[in-house]
Design a protein around this ligand. Structure first.
Ligand SMILES: Nc1ncnc2c1ncn2[C@@H]1O[C@H](COP(=O)(O)OP(=O)(O)OP(=O)(O)O)[C@@H](O)[C@H]1O
Ligand SMILES: O=C(O)c1ccc[n+]([C@@H]2O[C@H](COP(=O)([O-])O)[C@@H](O)[C@H]2O)c1
Length: 249
């Protein structure tokens, strides 16, 4: 059987997007390549809908615009504003399924008519040097930090069925994060242990505890955030006076 082509999808608030949000994709792809998966063909960043209602969340318009700027130099990562344009918040399982179905339907129509490929924006981001037409379908895996994995254990937050589908059918790539212990968390969960082969833990040795919360705090206090975010994102934040930067020059 032809192995599936892997697309990594990360979801979150991106309020604002930090360099670590981008780095996650790079270290995940490196890790998978070292394990012999040379078929990681793309990465999707999917910011959450405004109605998710997280503290201090700026509008999806701003978050999408900041992500667009942050991703503009990447050849293999793209923003998806699909989640933001839905009527309300969408569960992550459905986001993964939407993208997987969407990419596979493009792939199928692409097989029928190669010219169609040129016309589909969605496809243009897949690097040309990737042997995408190996025939395998696309499998969209969830890329997340270890804190998101551990949020599976918060009572009532995620549906058990959704966790089953996300881990069993899509798969997880988890980046370690200070203060979390994903291996122990998996060990303590029967469900996650059952699907252990579908979970890749990527150890981030260059510990980088940047978080959007800390960046917002620094901005509010007029402290520098240079090198934590892309320059273009910092300019955007200042231009629009986001996160308390209004009137601070
Ligand atoms: N420093 C980091 N190390 C590992 N994963 C991270 C890091 N920062 C963010 N992530 C991951 O990025 C994804 C998107 O996260 P999110 O937008 O909630 O960022 P955040 O910095 O954790 O935000 P906030 O501080 O506002 O809660 C999540 O899977 C999260 O675990
Ligand atoms: O699908 C779910 O049930 C689910 C439950 C909690 C959080 N999520 C997603 O996890 C992402 C990060 O959420 P948070 O609260 O850790 O910033 C965000 O994209 C949410 O849509 C998803």
């Amino acid at each position: 059987m032809t192995p599936p082509n892997i697309v990594l999808l990360a979801c979150g608030a991106y309020n604002p997007p930090t360099n670590m949000h981008l780095r996650m994709f790079e270290i995940a792809r490196d890790h998978l390549q070292r394990l012999g998966y040379h078929n990681v063909i793309g990465g999707i960043v999917s910011p959450v809908h405004d109605s998710y209602g997280k503290k201090e969340l700026v509008s999806a318009t701003h978050r999408c615009e900041m992500l667009r700027l942050a991703l503009q130099d990447s050849s293999w990562l793209r923003l998806s504003d699909w989640e933001c344009h839905q009527e309300g918040w969408t569960r992550t399982r459905l986001v993964l399924q939407y993208h997987q179905n969407h990419l596979n339907s493009i792939l199928n129509s692409n097989n029928e008519s190669p010219n169609k490929r040129q016309r589909r924006d969605d496809f243009l981001w897949i690097p040309d040097d990737v042997k995408f037409c190996s025939g395998g379908p696309v499998q969209v895996k969830l890329l997340c930090g270890a804190d998101l994995l551990e949020s599976f254990g918060i009572p009532g937050l995620w549906k058990d069925d959704d966790i089953d589908t996300i881990v069993g059918q899509h798969g997880l790539v988890v980046i370690t994060r200070e203060g979390n212990n994903p291996n122990k968390f998996i060990y303590e969960s029967d469900l996650l242990t059952k699907y252990q082969n579908n979970i890749n833990i990527v150890t981030e040795w260059i510990i980088n505890e940047v978080s959007s919360t800390k960046v917002r705090r620094a901005l509010r206090r007029s402290e520098s955030v240079k090198y934590l975010l892309q320059e273009s994102v910092i300019d955007y934040i200042r231009k629009h006076g986001l996160y308390g930067t209004k009137d601070k020059g």
